[in-house]
Write a protein that binds this ligand. Sequence first.
Ligand code: M6R
Length: 369
Amino acid sequence: EKGGWSSFMAKEISEEPDAVANTMRARHHDGQVVIPELEALGDDVLAGIDRITIIACGTAAYAGQVGSYAIEQWARVPVQVELSHEFRYRDPVITPKTLVISISQSGETMDTLMAVKFAREAGATVISVCNTQGATIPRESDAVIYTHAGPEVAVASTKAFVAQITALYLFGLHLARVRGTLSVPEQARQLDELAAIPAKLSKVLESHDSIAQLAKWMADTRAVLFLGRHVGFPIAMEGALKLKELAYIHAEGFAAGELKHGPIALIEPGQPVFVVVPSPRGSDEMHKKVVSNIQEIRARGARVIAIAEQGDAAVLPFADEVIPIPLAAPLFEPLLAVIPLQIFAMELSSAKGLDVDQPRNLAKSVTVE
Ligand code: M6R
């Protein structure tokens, strides 16, 4: 039940700190990740893979894209992300050394189910990340890592998204341990970063009212753009997807580096642009590049809403609004930066008087191809 919340989506957003904490529970000890569900698969299988393909649709695919950066960085295996329906119909190279990771909240998405069956028949090992116990996709897989986000009722996926990223990060650390690609202290450091996320998420949730205010002011907006770089890129696309599905507003997410390759032509006075700004404490170069993107679009009249690390003074002179997020290591920022975008889409939808939990034309799980 909704409890005192105005919608299931509002309730589910409030549960995001728990979704991350519960997904981590019982999957680590002494600073190392051990996912018990992967034991049956055997460490030799994971040690022997030479490539990972992540398959999923919609929000789950964006979680996959975020996860791919961490898994590749930590475990030094090439990781590619593909939409299930594209993967399935293009004759991909699959060998016994290919690991396929499927991601699905419902575990019933037909496109992903067909891709899982196809991958296994072609000889790949398939691990599924799923939020629904006993669903069809886990039953068709070699192993399952359940996300423990709890049932997600609203059509728009929110808490499952952060739980999926958490599961993929845990998997990345598990794989790095098995393959010996991260030192023990480094594994512990990354795990500490993840363990600190639930409290930081609660902090981000405190900006709900100011984001709701922003959404009210923007209720007449006809198009919104989202920019991000590195792990911020899939977050930009996820922000755009949320706005499309919930508020029926044309929205597009771009890699910030693509701006000059076309999208900057869309900028006209008053055009709202959300920018996910990477922390200056990660790559200073990347931070500078995104700040200079902000200057470029501001000079052309864009209305810039920056999601930036608390205290990031470099964005202040150029942003119309800044939504601060707590300090986190660069790979962990997406878990925090996505929340304001989810809240914004939800609040804009309700400001327009739309059905937040049941947007038009959509089903919670897409069980046809
Ligand atoms: O149940 P799944 O995770 O497989 O669903 C995948 C997509 O259909 C889903 O994430 C969809 O994009 C959401 N409505 C987005 O909010």
